[in-house]
Design a protein around this ligand. Structure first.
Ligand code: TK8
Length: 339
């Protein structure tokens, strides 16, 4: 396997400089294996970008690092895989920020409803100083954050009715991610939220355990949610970033050169993830309609009402997180918007 990968990498300009086929500065010829797992399936932009990351890392390390990729929660759910990284029994996962808040509570700020106005501003804030500060907070939890990827703006689907105004959430059994802020925000809107791992969601909707869920359009389409859901409403209530996480124990065991390679590759593959994801949204929205889903957008007035309803929940979480930290995020957003 090592030989095959080294041979593939041989054609690459960057990989051919340095120490021949010794595999980086250690030169031991020992192959390090990364098990990288995600919850989404193998048609999602996240997985396609993960394959790109694998290719870049294997080429640039001359095969000294080998990456095995797993999708569809084969290695567990976001929370379980993150715990496995902490224990050093898995090397990479790319969860949404919401489950990360169970490890570093400050991450909840990224899941404040209606926080980011658009993807460009999100990129600037996350890829800037504030984003880096948040990545640094992961170290205490035995995790290294290499880059932000994109899950995207979340929209609601359900089997009961179109969500046009806040009142339509009333009594809706809605699956949420495992995150207290999500629970409290949807409760405030009148829904009946249930936290659940992503891998259990399809069956829960199929069996009617929940009426609906919320996720970005690419997930709704590529995971086949239209088979078990009738309504999609583009509430765009939360912009969900992904964080590319590596086990700190594994990262610390890499050579400096390898640390740079895995980090740069995570940023580059993340750009591909964002690009594919954004290209896909309009097309997949059309596909959802073609599959017979009832599709509706939200008026600015209805959105403003939702913002008002969740505001007390945000105030409460801002206290918990620390007002200064939250203000820093708001300031970075304002600065990005002004550019
Ligand atoms: C996939 C999850 C998922 C997230 C969720 O592992 O749980 O709803 O949006 O895409 O990260």
């Amino acid at each position: 396997m090592v030989l095959v990968l080294a041979a593939c990498g041989g054609g690459n300009d960057d990989a051919s400089e340095g120490s021949g086929n010794e595999g980086g500065s250690e030169g031991s010829g020992e192959t390090k294996t990364i098990r990288a797992g995600i919850g989404l399936n193998d048609s999602h932009p996240q997985y396609l970008a993960l394959l790109e990351w694998k290719k870049l890392v294997e080429e640039r390390t001359d095969g000294a690092i080998e990456v095995e990729t797993y999708h569809s929660s084969q290695l567990g759910d976001d929370r379980g895989m993150t715990e496995a990284l902490q224990l050093g029994s898995q090397e990479v996962t790319i969860p949404s920020t919401a489950p990360i808040a169970n490890f570093v509570p400050e991450y909840s700020v990224f899941d404040f409803p209606f926080l980011f106005p658009n993807e460009e501003v999100a990129d600037m804030v996350l890829d800037g100083e504030v984003g880096q500060k948040f990545l640094d907070k992961l170290e205490d939890q035995n995790l290294v954050g290499l880059a932000y990827w994109e899950n995207g703006f979340r929209d609601v689907t359900n089997s009961e009715r179109a969500i046009e105004t806040a009142a339509d959430f009333e009594g809706l059994k809605l699956r949420t991610m495992e995150n207290d802020l999500h629970l409290d925000a949807f409760s405030a809107l009148g829904a009946n939220p249930t936290p659940m791992a992503f891998g259990e969601l399809f069956t829960a909707m199929q069996q009617g355990t929940v009426d609906g869920q919320e996720n970005p359009i690419p997930t709704i389409y590529l995971q086949g949610f239209y088979e078990v859901q009738d309504y999609v409403s583009t509430t765009h209530h939360i912009y969900s970033p992904f964080v590319f996480l590596m086990s700190k124990e594994f990262f610390d065991g890499l050579t400096e050169e390898q640390q740079t390679i895995v980090t740069e590759a995570a940023v580059e593959a993340g750009a591909l993830n964002r690009e594919l994801n954004r290209e896909a949204v309009a097309e997949y929205a059309e596909e959802l309609k073609a599959e017979g889903m009832n599709y509706n957008d939200i008026t600015p007035e209805a959105r403003a009402e939702m913002v008002e309803i969740v505001q007390p929940v945000l105030d409460e979480y801002a206290e918990q997180i620390g007002k200064e930290t939250v203000q820093e995020v708001y300031d970075a957003i304002a600065a990005a918007e002004a550019e």
